[in-house]
Design a protein around this ligand. Structure first.
Ligand code: HEM
Ligand code: FPP
Length: 310
């Protein structure tokens, strides 16, 4: 660690920088989807163990983010969106970020295994390793399919939350995994449409850079259409009530609507790409909304409260 305040205590700025290494804003949705897996899973977990499981998911995801920032420090220093991060600005030394990420990964996986169960711990380790090795180190700089395949890392949290309760991987948790897996390409490609120049500058082969904006928009529509029948499946499987199922269809139609608006919009320059920006924002509302409703409508469902049957 660099300079510390008197008494060896880290300064407020250092705490802030190490916090930033954990990509805390992305972590909110990772944690939210993990909690949804935990709540929708059949069975129950002692509240203290549930809190430990969520803490482990948060810490592991953050640690993976720190290792990602260590590996990507060369390109992060060039891209407008990432150049103010703690490593490119020299506020955290790369080796310190790497050590921080490795120590937190080991801590969170071991804690999950010892306190909760080893299936959840193994899935947590797999998600972290997948994000670091498969996405960050292998695919990100090699193929425009990087986020389709590598994005699987971000689909693990609800499966991990579920496994914390049941100790198993079940059809229900595979559906929750598939949901985030299908959601990630439109989520990220919407952003990459208006951040295209950044990626081109550093030679990262994101889809709009390699295949063009029109092809990217068609792929985004395809994934939103695949999500449409997938998202209501938890209701069909009886994991939630029909209120969730109905909401999933409505949210899905809105997501398709955004994809169509993006498809029809002219291929504007980097800075002003209104519909893509709106779709990126909506992608976050969509997934937060879906998981929030899933938790609220966990079987037997909200309809029971309203006296309408389950
Ligand atoms: C490979 C897959 C993914 C890629 C490449 C990706 C990429 C990005 C990028 C570049 C941003 C913009 C951050 C910024 O403006 O600086 C972003 C934002 C965000 N992503 Fe993703 N993402 C992926 C998957 C996920 C997953 C799985 C989740 C959670 C389930 C997620 C949650 C979020 C959230 C909550 C934000 C908003 C953060 C903010 O407010 O700045 N992302 N993502
Ligand atoms: C439970 C667990 C260990 C989960 C880890 C997976 C995880 C946090 C997935 C989110 C994916 C993500 C933030 C991708 C951005 O990477 P990027 O490098 O393309 O984005 P950047 O350019 O902003 O660094």
């Amino acid at each position: 660690m660099g300079a510390t305040a008197a008494g060896g205590q880290p300064t407020r700025e250092q705490v802030h920088d190490y916090w930033a290494l954990l990509k805390p804003r992305v972590m909110t949705l990772v944690v939210f989807s993990g909690i949804a897996g935990l709540i929708v899973a059949p069975g129950s977990l002692h509240p203290v163990l549930a809190a430990v499981a969520i803490l482990c998911i948060a810490v592991s995801a953050g640690a993976a983010g720190a290792i990602n920032m260590w590996y990507d420090r060369d390109i992060d220093a060039v891209m407008a969106r990432t150049k103010r991060r703690p490593i490119p600005t020299g506020r955290v030394h790369p080796s310190e970020a790497l050590a921080f990420g490795i120590v937190l990964t080991i801590f969170s996986v071991m804690l999950m295994g010892l306190a909760v169960n080893w299936t959840a711990a193994a899935l947590l380790a797999l998600a972290t390793l997948f994000y670091v090795f498969v996405y960050t180190m292998w695919l990100k700089r090699r193929t425009p399919q990087n986020i389709v395949i590598g994005g699987a890392a971000g689909a693990f949290p609800p499966m991990i939350g579920w496994a914390a309760v049941t100790g198993t991987v079940d059809p229900g948790s595979i559906v929750l995994f598939a949901l985030i897996f299908m959601w990630t390409p439109p989520h990220f490609w919407a952003l990459s449409l208006y951040r295209c120049d950044d990626y081109a500058k550093v030679g990262v082969p994101m889809l709009p850079v390699v295949a063009g904006k029109a092809a990217t928009k068609r792929q985004m529509l395809l994934y939103t259409l695949l999500l449409l029948p997938l998202a209501p499946l938890p209701a069909v499987m009886g994991l939630t009530g029909w209120v969730y199922g109905l909401a999933a269809v409505i949210l899905g139609l809105l997501f398709v609507h955004h994809a169509l608006r993006v498809l029809r919009a002219p291929d504007a320059g980097n800075a002003d790409h209104g519909p893509a920006k709106q779709m990126f924002k909506f992608s976050l509302t969509y997934l937060f909304g879906l998981f929030a409703l899933m938790m609220l409508d966990k079987a037997p469902g909200l309809a029971v409260l309203a006296g309408l049957g389950g």
